[in-house]
Design a protein around this ligand. Structure first.
Ligand code: PXG
Ligand code: PLP
Length: 442
């Protein structure tokens, strides 16, 4: 083992960890040193079942050979090519492969390096699209309470998670928010999409009436909200949003960073719900989380609106040094090959009923106040400890990790999103572990 891997507590201070309780972590570090398929191995040699596909990204499971080999080969062949005014073959191949599996009408792809960058790219595209068509007054962006759209300024402005916003000043101007769709008093313990709440989409009409459609560029929502603790769209809600946007000439952006690439048992949530947005933001599963990558899908209409002016002029003044990085593209192609060979983009559909029954068997366990599910996503909401919100779920997280299971918590909600290769036996194992954990914490 190289010296680099021998970490002692005094070595931990330099790294300021993202979205982490740094001081707690550094007192009792939790480290993974390797991973294979459904499991991690910890620094003390224990196996941990991955109940969350990393951070909702390792959809094909860990250290898959096709992906590893593609990266190794590409690193030795062409490590980098300038992203601006130059190309390399596999970035075009990847874009074509992605368009092939995307919902009909999503014909063009713009590459980024993360979900946050995909979101800010999409917001800029929406505003610039209207301007290119001579409707420069359409600059407002509409998000939703409890929405998560990454951590860049555009994303936190349209996002609706208070802790992600309140420390960071005035954010973007000209943003409004629709209400979230979490209605526990009506929808608790729903299996799949809840019955009640489609009328909340009409709040968009109220916002349009307030600002006038001529000032609104786009509405952005997660088809299924993940980070905020798994909030599902009520039956008919997304269809209504689509109708209202179309009626008023407002672009609809689906943020599919979590739902993209098979999470719901269909390639994209747009397929699951039968609702096609104008722009779709993705990341995570596009490259199995192995190399950072994001992809923004747009319709031909949006793309073509930019393709005006002299041929030698740049059409869209936007892009990243690493947009379409060759090694990221290779990882993504290896990922798409793996998804295809193993049918992973639709495997969730087959497993969803089993997953649903297993999750809902946790109803009645201590402090469980709701269970929610869709595709291969699950959430178990716990009653908070009085005066100490988040503490109960955090205890569950630490306990689960000690017992060999990785879960994710936000507030007092446990979120589950296993790799799409999970077996029924592993679903049982995951739920049994979780049941023990719920029975053993305060
Ligand atoms: N949009 C959505 C809908 C997301 O879920 C992002 C944008 C930002 O992606 P990047 O790649 O910039 O992180 C996300 C990311 C969690 C969790 O545990 C969720 C995300 C990231 C990390 C943790 O819920 N979502
Ligand atoms: N900051 C500086 C000083 C830069 O030169 C660049 C890119 O050239 C950036 C930020 C943006 O970096 P990226 O393209 O990786 O987003």
């Amino acid at each position: 083992m190289s010296n680099r891997l021998k970490v002692t507590p005094n070595d931990l201070s330099a790294f300021w960890m993202p979205f982490t309780a740094n001081r707690q972590f550094k007192q009792a570090p939790r480290m993974f040193v390797s991973a294979k398929d459904m499991h991690y191995t910890t620094s003390d040699g224990r196996k941990v079942l991955d109940g969350t596909a990393g951070l909702w990204c390792v959809n094909a499971g860990h250290c898959r050979p096709k992906i590893t080999e593609a990266i190794q080969h590409q690193a030795a062949e062409l490590d980098y090519a300038p992203a601006f005014q130059m190309g390399h073959p596999i970035v075009f191949e990847l874009a074509n492969r992605l368009v092939d599996i995307a919902p009909k009408g999503m014909d063009h792809v713009f590459f980024t390096n993360s979900g946050s960058e995909s979101v800010d790219t999409a917001l800029k595209m929406a505003i610039a699209y209207h301007r290119a068509r001579g409707e420069g007054s359409r600059t407002r962006l509409i998000g939703r309470e409890r929405g998560y759209h990454g951590v860049n300024f555009g994303g936190i402005s349209v996002g609706g998670i208070v802790n992600n916003r309140k420390m960071f000043g005035t954010l973007l101007g000209g943003v409004d928010h629709m209400p979230h769709t979490h209605l526990p008093e009506k929808n608790a313990f729903s299996k799949g999409v809840p019955e009640h709440g489609a009328e909340l989409a009409n709040e968009l009409e109220r916002i349009v009436a307030l600002h006038d459609a001529s000032t609104i560029a786009a509405v952005i929502v997660e088809p299924v909200a993940g980070s905020t603790g798994v909030i599902l769209p009520p039956k008919g809600y997304l269809q209504k949003l689509r109708e209202i946007c179309t009626k008023h000439g407002i672009l609809l952006i689906f943020d599919e960073v979590i739902t993209g690439f098979g999470r719901l048992g269909t390639p994209f949530a747009a397929d699951y719900f039968g609702v096609t947005p104008d722009i779709m933001t993705t990341a995570k599963g596009v490259s199995n989380g192995v190399i950072p990558m994001g992809a923004v899908f747009v319709t031909k209409e949006i793309h073509d609106a930019f393709m005006t002016g002299p041929d030698h002029m740049i059409e869209f003044f936007h892009g990243y040094t690493y947009s379409g990085n060759p090694i990221a593209c290779a990882a993504a192609l290896g990922t798409l090959d793996t998804y295809k060979e193993e049918g992973l983009l639709t495997r969730g559909e087959e497993l969803a009923p089993y997953w649903e029954d297993a999750l809902h068997s946790l109803k009645g366990e201590p402090n469980v106040i709701d269970v929610r599910n869709i595709g291969l996503i699950g959430a178990i909401e716990l009653a908070p400890i009085a005066g100490q919100p988040t503490k109960r779920a955090f205890s569950a997280f630490v306990k689960a990790f000690e017992h060999g299971l990785l879960i994710r918590t936000t507030g007092d909600i446990i979120a589950l999103s296993p790799p799409l290769i999970i077996t029924k036996g592993q679903i049982n194992e995951l739920i049994d572990h979780l049941r023990d954990v719920l029975r053993s914490i305060d």
